[in-house]
Design a protein around this ligand. Sequence first.
Ligand code: HEC
Length: 371
Amino acid sequence: MDAGNHHSESSGTAVRPSIVVTFQSALILVLSVSLSPGQVEAADLDAGQEIYAAQCAVCHGASGRPDPDSPVVKGLGVMPADFSDPLFNSREPAADWQMVIKHGGHALGLAEQMPAQGEVLSDADIANVAAYIKSLVDTVAYPPGEMNLFLPTRTKKAFPEDEVVYQGRFTDQDGDNAQKYVLEFEKRVGKAGQAIVELVYESEGDVSELAEAEIGYKQAISFSQQHILSAAAVWTIPVEAEGDGELQTYLAYGRVLSDAWILQSSLRLKFPFEGASDGEAELAGIVHWVHTPWPRRIFPALEVTATNPFRSRNGDLEWTVLPQVRLGLTRGGHVAMNLGVEVPLSDQNWDTRYYVTLLWDFADGSFFQGW
Ligand code: HEC
């Protein structure tokens, strides 16, 4: 596909980078990228069931639900996972389960009572038993955990989850918005929804104040093992006297490109309640290199954003590029950090921005578990 220069209204400015793409064609480009994901071999569920009955059911229960009254479970001192719960079953990727089964709970930050099976079971056995426990309950209405992709700095995430995110944004300039802090609380609602509450602090010199609060809702509208698409609406409530309310809507998309590469992209529209012409459209996209299944590693990524203020008559886009790394902090990666640098590629009134993001996926355990 020609993603480029055939739209005449966007050529003719020499200052902007040569990769000028119109908003629409950039979106189509991002949505249509679909390298074929690695071939997955069909698991043998009967073989998985046999292994499960022989080696797992004693703790996890014959149907996948552990029996709290059984002497074995009582003796463990910790409750084994309940595979019959569709929300829990759907939200953990099968590959993570294979890691837990092979290397034991401790290796991935879970309880050491979950024994490592790598000595007893082959990789094929492990894949079969993991597929079998995935089949214990119907999860078609729930977005699969495979689509819970790494949180990007700017691109909106599509997967509905339980997460607390704290992000600081810094510039080396003084003045307005020199520092900005966002505390975000995300809570899974129902099968495929998520509630969002956000607090935004801005500081200038020594003064730091709560600038705005945001509440919103996100819903996954299409998903498979390879892709996810969500739609969200967020309402911004100004706390500062001179602030202005705003409605934001966005589409967020995630896709597995291959065994080692994932792509995420979002299109966000901002509509201020006063001065609607101050609104803007923002397209962001990011590619992560997922080079290992071990979560406590460093994962590099490259993010690009293009913003189109509604007041811009000639369709000018403001481009930024944002190299970043995700650092898994806990053994299971449920607490992680993201460090990024945002560099404007086109004329903007700020220089470089630095981002530090700390995230805690609280569905996967307490903050202090598994370090
Ligand atoms: C001795 C008891 C015991 C046996 C036997 C056992 N497990 Fe577990 N398993 C546990 C416990 C306890 C946990 C919970 C660990 C936690 O949440 O910290 C667990 C957790 C898990 C998880 C992680 C779920 C998650 O994401 O939180 C998987 C997957 C799993 N077991 C699969 C298996 C399979 C498959 C077998 C058989 C091959 C098996 N277990 C055998 C006790 C056991």
